[in-house]
Design a protein. Sequence first.
Length: 314
Amino acid sequence: PTKLIIDTDPGVDDAFAIALAALSDEVDLLGVTSVYGNVPLAATTINARRVLALCGRDDVPVAAGAQRPLVHRHPNEARYVHGADGLSGRSHALPEPSRPLDERDAVTLMADLLAASDEPVTIAPIGPLTNIAALLAAHPAAAEKIARIVIMGGALGHGNTTAAAEFNIWSDPEAAHRVLTGGEAPCVLVPMDLTYRCAVDAAWMTELGTSGPIGTALDALTPDYREHYRGALGWDGMVLHDAVAVAEAIRPGTLRTERVAVQVECSFGPGRGATYADRRLPALRAASAESETGAETEVAVDADLDQLRAQLLA
Ligand code: BDR
Ligand code: CA
């Protein structure tokens, strides 16, 4: 099984992503770390613990991480997408966790889990990248144990938080820049361009809601989120961004990737948080200075959509 750590800001799609990993026999879920994001840290932390409790996974440690970005701004929020508590106002309906919150902070828990692992570990950051940047900065040796960092984030076309930027990258562009360009561990970026194409429809949600107690409980978290995406998509469906990235983290090759040079816009202005993928013709790229092309990373560009939707339901 894939050894996995999820770094998350639940968030409805985060809840689906956590459940996907927590219930998969292809995964050894070593730990879950929380970060501010869709809602403040206290809410994302309890949401992550409750989703694990729903899945009967109180064996998985949860540690709380950053409350705000590395350098600039107050934390961003997306209550208008996920509801005031991050789970459509239904967080309280989930079971209370029996396992206490880990006493370590998120970065220490990740570093300890990596140090203790005899195999490389995949990390799936599905919120702002603050904890991951802090891990790489504080624990250089930890990177040697990281198999891949599979990130939900970025927008190659238009953004969802600003015209240019996707939410997770916009929330902490400096952290995203650090992780994507540091070169310490291989990264896979799963941008919203692809996650939108993987949207699930009303029939999928009905199937989920009737699949058993866990599916019913997850479905109950979706009303606000589904309403938001009904507007964004123009049809009755939802975009499970984070679950798409975790599906790839669990089963490498689920998504088709291309090796592309990526840069993160960290200046202030309308482009802040944009991710630029350099897809110029090689001859034109070759003419640019290295600093203008960015660091190469895998970017997810395509998937077998039917197979993926089936995998998200399983
Ligand atoms: C990302 O932003 C958050 O609102 C979602 O949970 C996802 O991680 C999509 O842009
Ligand atoms: Ca998220």
